[in-house]
Design a protein around this ligand. Structure first.
Ligand SMILES: C[S@@+](CC[C@H](N)C(=O)[O-])C[C@H]1O[C@@H](n2cnc3c(N)ncnc32)[C@H](O)[C@@H]1O
Length: 258
């Protein structure tokens, strides 16, 4: 088992919805890809988790997907959910090792990723790889948890990173834009979602303390519930203080590489 145990996934699904290991549901997925024509497009989803975002892309946008993750049990759950949602024939799930993407160059019309690039230590390598597997003119439409400019001195953000106990390697929006530019992307833009998530994460804490408490205890135990509540309070504080900045990322592979 990797970082996302079944029990952890159950808790995330209770807060974020079945198949979602990140906030915002299908609505947020639609925001990330807004303006892209994905009907019939072949899309790579990097770090698909239990499949909620990929299923939304297949069901709501008519995309075909190849979804990759490093944890087989997440892919098994995603596959079953895609079948239940009636899009099993539009999505292929594939276990990968961290590192280079196991696809030929110029394979995908678009690359999507939701809150998974944060796990990848070598940002230049992954953005170069994304550019490589995109067809000329293809788009990267992603969301990632980035760090605010104040992150190093932000006590709330540092506390969250310490107690969350996940292998998060975070960068600022400025650093990611530079990496994307150096990797060869054009028409790069970022959309800061901090205000949205600062408000939502406070509501999530109230739900975890209130209506979701019993269910969370029943899928785990009281000790896990209490320590997770501390993590979620730290997360909400990090969003409020501005250290944690969920951000949408968009960039295109040039039609002709220079
Ligand atoms: C926060 S979860 C997000 C899952 C999904 N995108 C969502 O929004 O519901 C991050 C996911 O990235 C996966 N992951 C971590 N490192 C990875 C890597 N090197 N390649 C592919 N997936 C990775 C994790 O296993 C996990 O499923």
């Amino acid at each position: 088992m990797g970082q996302y145990s079944d029990n952890f996934v159950e808790r995330l699904h209770l807060v974020w919805g079945p198949g979602f290991m990140s906030p915002g549901g299908a609505e947020e997925v639609a925001e990330i890809v807004s303006g892209l024509e994905l009907e019939g497009a072949l899309v790579l989803d990097i770090g698909c988790g239990t499949g909620g975002p990929s299923i939304a892309l297949a069901r709501d946008m008519g995309a075909y997907l190849i979804c990759i993750d490093v944890e087989q049990h997440l892919l098994d759950r995603a596959k079953e959910l895609a079948r239940q949602e009636g899009v099993g024939d539009r999505i292929e799930f594939k276990l990968v090792e961290p590192g280079p993407l196991p696809f030929q160059s110029e394979t995908f019309d678009a690359v999507f990723s939701k809150d998974a690039l944060i796990h990848m230590p070598n940002k230049m390598e992954i953005y170069r790889e994304i550019l490589r597997v995109l067809r000329p003119g293809g788009a990267l439409a992603a969301s990632d948890w980035l760090a605010g400019e104040n992150a190093i001195t932000d006590g709330s953000f540092q506390e969250y990173l310490t107690i969350a106990n996940l292998d998060f390697i975070m960068a600022t929006a400025e650093q990611i834009v530079q990496v994307m530019r150096d990797a060869g992307f054009e028409c790069i833009r970022t959309t800061d979602r901090n205000a949205w998530y600062a408000a939502l994460s406070t509501i999530e804490v109230e739900q975890i303390k209130g209506p979701l408490r019993e269910q969370i205890v029943s899928v785990s135990d009281l000790e896990t519930y209490n320590s997770w509540l501390s993590v979620r309070c730290a997360l909400a504080n990090a969003a409020k203080s501005g250290g944690l900045r969920p951000t949408h990322l968009r960039g295109y592979r040039p039609k002709v590489l220079s």
